[in-house]
Design a protein around this ligand. Structure first.
Ligand code: HEC
Length: 173
């Protein structure tokens, strides 16, 4: 059980943290970034076979990481943190979760649902992994989740690299 005095400390902190943590970044979602690191990404179509291979690799190596560290917001079925019972917190979190899922819903594996193409998603995953912006920093302070470790990042980046290579090949480049 959560004591009242604990709630009185947590609640204001939570409201503050939520507006900072989940405020919209200044990322531009409109044009689907075409650049990843120094690699110019030209493909926007990919064969069904390649997509299947990418999805299988995702299931095997990346999904276990995302399930642990991203599904609280980008997926379904995970347990909620203890402070989820606080009415205001619940409301804030639900809207953050629906925004996270609008951008990228990982519930049903790769390709993710959401507004982006598979290529857009790989590009933004590369960016958030490199820049350490996901999970959001303030969320980590509340211990509702985990940051990505170096080993996680290696696995994710390897999957992204392999996938982007396949996509480029798909265009006959
Ligand atoms: C506390 C909730 C939360 C967690 C946990 C979280 N995210 Fe997010 N994520 C969001 C929200 C909210 C947005 C949309 C607003 C924004 O872009 O900041 C978002 C956006 C993104 C985007 C940008 C999508 C786009 O359309 O450009 C990527 C990529 C992403 N998250 C990846 C991840 C990954 C990978 C993890 C786990 C390592 C993760 N997120 C964990 C809340 C979360």
């Amino acid at each position: 059980m959560v004591s009242l005095s604990r709630l009185m400390i947590i609640l204001p902190a939570l409201v503050m943290f939520s507006s900072i943590a989940f405020g919209h970044g200044d990322e531009d979602h409109s044009n689907g970034a075409k650049k990843v690191g120094d690699t110019e990404i030209v493909a926007n179509e990919i064969s069904k076979e390649d997509l299947d291979i990418i999805a299988l690799e995702y299931e095997k190596s990346v999904k276990p990481i995302f399930q642990k560290k991203c599904y609280d917001c980008h997926g379904s079925g995970n347990k909620k943190p203890w402070y989820y019972i606080v009415p205001g917190a619940k409301h804030l979190m639900n809207s953050d979760i629906s925004e996270a899922k609008y951008h990228m819903d990982m519930t049903n594996g790769f390709p993710f649902s959401g507004h982006g193409t598979p290529l857009d998603d790989l590009n933004s995953l590369r960016k958030t992994t490199k820049e350490n912006t996901m999970p959001p920093k303030k969320y980590l302070i509340m211990h509702w989740g985990n940051s990505l470790g170096n080993e996680d990042k290696k696995i994710i980046n390897k999957w992204i690299d392999n996938s982007l290579t396949k996509m480029n090949k798909g265009e006959g480049q």
